[in-house]
Design a protein around this ligand. Structure first.
Ligand SMILES: Nc1nc2c(ncn2[C@@H]2O[C@H](COP(=O)(O)OP(=O)(O)OP(=O)(O)O)[C@@H](O)[C@H]2O)c(=O)[nH]1
Length: 210
């Protein structure tokens, strides 16, 4: 796991985050907002892009790689090979939908199931972001529905607008929560690793005594 590897190898800890969601829900806008603090209205992007940046979360520096997946991948659900490759690569996941698009909301459960399936594990760090809450007039997904889905899937939940004045702070808070989860997961696997090593060493020394 990259966050753990970095800490042990003396390099800056790293985490790989993957942004997943239906086309047009604001994946690129979210990434660009996080990286540049700006909201840029239109993008012409067909392929996935990986962004790299250094940030501080809770006063500790971290190197982030953020994969902005292409919409083609998500509409190809389930079992689309490039999407599965992206999921295998990631340590933590942003599942984003637009509150103005029920289809994007429905895609979140399918994406989460795919993550659990590809990773063959439960409790993979993931957050749900309900985007475009500035478009109250066009809202078709209520905040309670998003909250209920997040509790069901055991994910953090953030309703925000990437476009709004406070968009940067909201996106930063959401991604910081995800980084914390990734760090917790990395710590947990380090503890398990040490525990396994100790048990096997103990077993070996007992064998020698006999
Ligand atoms: N009003 C409003 N518009 C937004 C918001 N976030 C993104 N948009 C707009 O929604 C459209 C789609 O945003 P993108 O970031 O390209 O969405 P995407 O999920 O990357 O789309 P694909 O690349 O097609 O998968 C753009 O016109 C954005 O300007 C938001 O919070 N509020």
């Amino acid at each position: 796991m990259s966050a753990a590897e970095g800490a042990q190898g003396g390099r800056l800890p790293r985490a790989r985050l993957v942004v997943l969601g239906r086309d047009g829900c604001g994946k690129t806008a979210l990434c660009v907002r996080f990286l540049t603090r700006r909201f840029i209205g239109e993008y012409d992007r067909q392929r996935e892009v990986t962004y790299r940046c250094r940030k501080e979360v809770d006063g500790e520096p971290i190197e982030l790689e953020i994969l902005d997946t292409a919409n083609k991948q998500v509409s190809g659900l389930p079992g689309h090979a490039p999407l599965e490759r992206s999921i295998r690569w990631g340590d933590g996941f942003v599942l984003i939908y637009s509150v103005t698009d029920r289809g994007s909301f429905q895609a979140v459960s399918r994406l989460k199931r795919l993550i659990d399936h590809v990773k063959q594990a439960l409790g993979i760090p993931a957050i749900i972001v309900a985007n475009k809450c500035d478009m109250e007039g066009g809202r078709v997904v209520r905040p309670e529905e998003g909250q209920a889905l997040a509790s069901d899937l055991r994910c953090g939940f953030f309703e925000l607008s990437v476009a709004d004045g406070g968009g940067y702070e909201a996106v930063e808070a959401a991604l910081a929560a995800l980084v914390r989860e990734v760090r917790r997961g990395a710590l947990h696997s380090r503890v398990l690793h040490v525990r396994r090593a100790l048990i096997s060493r103990l077993a070996r020394s007992k064998t020698m005594q006999w």
